[in-house]
Ligand binder design. Structure first.
Ligand code: ADP
Ligand code: ASP
Ligand code: MG
Length: 453
């Protein structure tokens, strides 16, 4: 049994949807297909909501959204499904219009309302795709993808979701089975939520893990996982394979190919992922599995996370750095802040680590509370936050053991006139990472990619 996921670009136009149709119709009837909203629609739904909240005119936007969906239905939906599909989609378009009217009226865009607005993308694309594919069966992912609150985020309730997926798909008649990605419901309140931008990959992985799929195929608009973002590096190379760990690291550090939480559920079940191109379906793509036999390149890729914030603790901490470190980590974790780079300590006895800029406020509160005694007695002189930075990561299993790898990267950056503000400590065998000014991101990726590929 396979699970396939088609991203927005794959379901964006009449032409690309024809490719989706022929791919799915050539597969066994128990295939599960997860689809995103039409390409670019989620951004459009959000920007239109902001127009409405700001009291601007949004009539052209809603008209274009309606026309786009109607056009695809007219051109592609199977005759016997047409009436039903139009009814379903028109009811949702009507809900969208009424929600925008409400937003306009109150001049405000509460998070709950925005969640309803963005959910409409996948709530419309799924019935449309189901109407296009022969014998397809539609499943409503709001019935089985459930989230719970975690600080200010909604995260999947994995155990409950797993049980509901098994129930949904175990006695299901023949398919192919089509469902929308990304969208979910809060398990306690029943409100519509989502798994985060790019979250359709995660929906597909949760389904694949629950039904013990043989493989998870992620269909997108490039030939596979590449050595760098092809929009930045024109001659980035497609990798034929990589390990789960390598893909996890690359995606956590910014490779947009797969939404990072996606990899865990399938990794635990040892279900391989393939990255495939809807626009070039015969290309072999990239196989992500637990075997790391393919050693075509010792380094698999270079990525960047923008919006990095470097947190530096200054003080006389030489005696108990490990203990202070643990306290800092725990205080941050209790407040839902994750640290993605622990830096080598600088000469002036500081220690530092990188977090996402969006976590800065929470991190500041947590650290100032945790270290209040040290800040008062002077053992810590200050906690500083530096922003407008990027973390550049270089990933490949065993990279840490490549001779002189850190020095080679640092020299390359220096020769390109790029200042390195922090380097990761040697706590990962798979990734070395560096913090640079955000304005240097592209140059840094180009320089390091040139060094290894
Ligand atoms: P989808 O709509 O299919 O989910 P995404 O836009 O989320 O597609 O992800 C695919 C895009 O990720 C590609 O078009 C490519 O521009 C970008 N990308 C970034 N880094 C990489 C990489 N290392 N390898 C391949 N694609 C990458
Ligand atoms: N449509 C959602 C987004 O654009 C989810 C996805 O495409 O994976 O973020
Ligand atoms: Mg995506």
């Amino acid at each position: 049994m396979n699970v396939l996921k088609f991203g927005g670009t794959s379901v964006g136009t009449v032409e690309s949807l024809k490719n989706v149709r022929s791919i799915v119709e050539s597969l066994p009837s128990d295939t599960v297909v997860v689809v995103s909203a039409l390409g670019g629609l989620t951004d459009k739904l959000i920007s239109t909501a902001r127009l409405a909240a700001d009291g601007e005119d949004w009539s052209d936007e809603i008209d274009a959204i309606i026309a786009r969906h109607h056009d695809i239905i007219d051109q592609l939906v199977r005759q016997e499904k047409k009436v039903e599909t139009i009814e379903t989609v028109d009811a949702l378009l009507d809900e969208l219009r009424r929600t925008y009217e409400g937003v306009s009226l109150i001049g405000d865009l509460p998070a709950k309302t925005l969640n309803v607005i963005v959910s409409l993308g996948e709530r419309m694309s799924a019935p449309i795709v189901a109407g296009i594919i022969k014998d397809a069966r539609l499943h409503n992912s709001l019935d089985f993808i459930k989230t719970e609150k975690w600080f200010d985020k909604n995260i999947a309730d994995i155990a409950l979701t797993h049980r509901l997926i098994v129930k949904e798909f175990s006695n299901s008649e023949k398919g192919p089975h089509i469902t929308g990605g990304f969208i979910s419901k809060d398990r306690d309140t029943g409100e519509i939520t989502n798994l985060g931008r790019g979250g359709s990959d995660y929906t597909a992985a949760l389904i694949a893990a629950a039904i013990n799929a043989d493989i998870l195929d992620i269909w997108t608009d490039v030939d596979g996982f590449m050595t760098a973002d092809p929009r930045i590096i024109k001659d980035a190379k497609v990798l034929s394979s990589m390990s789960f760990i390598e893909s996890m690291e690359l995606c956590t550090f910014g490779a947009k190919v797969i939404y990072p939480p996606t990899i865990y559920p399938v990794f635990h079940k040892n279900i391989p992922i393939r990255i495939l191109n809807t626009f070039n379906p015969t290309a072999t793509g990239t196989l992500i599995s637990d075997s790391s036999e393919a050693k075509e390149y010792p380094v698999k890729g270079v990525t960047a996370v923008r919006n990095t914030c470097l947190v530096r603790l200054y003080g006389k901490l030489t005696d108990n750095v490990a203990q202070i470190n643990t306290r800092a980590y725990n205080a941050l974790a209790r407040n839902g802040v994750s640290v993605f780079l622990l830096a080598q300590p600088g000469e002036n006895e500081e220690f530092s680590f990188a977090i996402a800029s969006s976590d800065r406020e929470r991190a500041s509160r947590a650290l100032n509370e945790e270290f209040a005694p040290e800040l008062i007695d002077g053992a810590l002189s200050s906690i500083a936050f530096e922003e407008n930075l990027s973390t550049i990561a270089v990933v490949g299993e065993g990279i840490r053991h490549l001779k002189g790898v850190n020095a080679r990267i640092l020299n390359t950056l220096m020769r390109s006139g790029i200042k390195t503000l922090a380097c990761s400590e040697g706590n990962s065998d798979t990734t070395v990472s560096f913090v640079v000014q955000e304005k240097d991101t592209v140059e840094a990726i180009k320089a390091i990619h040139g060094l290894f590929f």
